[in-house]
Design a protein around this ligand. Structure first.
Ligand code: FDA
Length: 303
């Protein structure tokens, strides 16, 4: 109930305006968002790198409906890639297709995505395409596949809560796609997605097993210790070594576990979002864990 409400409010500009009137609310968003500008995010990534944690940059933005804005996003990603190159930080980049035109035209979106992937190639870097609501899954996969036919430095995300994902993974592995497996963060109807945590978790483990023995380097993105233990166990039983995959987590979430996995010899990559359009991302993080809401309220009241 709280989760659905928060996911609903993540689309409400009115609620955002209400919350941002509180100075302390803006401060608290820093727990999950590295800052509003690129230098803030670079600083956050340096701190992670010093703990042997890799990163993936995300310039926050989604559901953009004006072409010039999508071009600004492309330039921001190009700037980001150049900065990774010049600072030598250990990071790749993640992008959402609705940020670069998926809601405007498929052709525009493909051209924009291609510019980013091509620029990343020039810098020897890698682009991960995030996955959004189920209404975008087919078009996102189609654009990804089109890019993958031309480039080897582009990867995709799949969501374990969708019924279709097992089939999607099969066709993605045929083209040797690098995949990030996550549970899924959007509000989806029972017609397309598992609704109970147990079903999502069971599917996650099933898909993780398919990925781990595929001989391709994938990202296992979760903070769920049961999923992480299942991955470690399965990898060991199947002689999949820790350098053949990576765990991934979100900035500010389970920092203790991030460091502990690195200490155990596993690879860890943290998703570092920054930018002015942080509101929907932040609300999805609150929805994932009710305790986060109390954390925010406590800090707001203190401020
Ligand atoms: P689950 O939600 O079951 O949580 C398990 C435990 O993890 C919780 O009990 C809590 O301890 C901890 N935890 C989880 N979320 C927390 C939070 N926000 N704050 C504090 N603790 C938390 N989704 C998507 O739809 N498309 C995408 O492209 C991506 N990309 C992506 C990249 C990376 C690197 C990660 C880690 C995640 C995503 N996600 C995503 C989000 C993902 O789908 C999912 O919503 C979250 O990771 C939460 O799911 P968990 O697997 O952590 O398990």
């Amino acid at each position: 109930m709280l989760k659905s409400t928060l996911l609903y409010l993540s689309r409400s500009q009115g609620f955002k305006s209400f919350l941002t009137r509180f100075k302390s609310f803006n401060a608290v968003t820093r727990r999950f968002v590295a800052g509003e500008d690129l230098p803030d995010a670079i600083e956050a990534i340096r701190a992670l790198n010093s703990k042997k944690i890799s990163a993936t940059f995300d310039h926050l933005g989604e559901s953009i409906t004006a072409e010039p804005e999508t071009l600004r996003e492309v330039r921001e990603y190009q700037r980001m890639l150049a900065q990774i190159g010049s600072t030598g930080i250990d990071s790749n980049v993640s992008v959402k297709l609705t940020q670069i035109g998926l809601d405007i035209s498929r052709d525009l979106c493909y051209r924009n995505a291609r510019s980013i992937v091509e620029e990343a190639k020039r810098f020897g870097n890698f682009v991960r395409i995030d996955m959004e609501e189920s209404s975008k899954t087919t078009s996102t996969l189609e654009i990804f596949k089109q890019l993958r036919r031309e480039f080897d430095n582009v990867g995709i995300v799949v969501q374990a809560y969708l019924y279709r994902t097992e089939d999607d993974i099969k066709s993605l592995l045929e083209m040797r796609a690098r995949i990030r497996l996550c549970k899924g963060a959007y509000k989806e109807p029972p017609a397309v997605a598992f609704s109970s945590k147990k079903d999502v978790d069971d599917n996650y483990v099933k898909l993780m097993r398919i990925l781990l023995v595929s001989g391709i380097y994938h990202g296992i993105a979760t903070h769920d210790e049961n999923m992480i233990d299942a991955t470690k166990r399965f990898a060991k039983e199947n002689a999949v070594t820790p350098d053949q995959f990576e765990f991934q987590m979100l900035y500010g979430v389970r920092r203790d576990l991030q460091e502990s996995l690195v200490g155990q010899g596993f690879r860890m990559r943290v998703y570092v979002p920054y930018g002015k359009y942080w509101y929907p991302y932040f609300m999805r993080r609150l929805a994932e864990r009710p305790a986060n809401v109390w954390f925010v309220l406590r800090n707001m009241l203190r401020g």
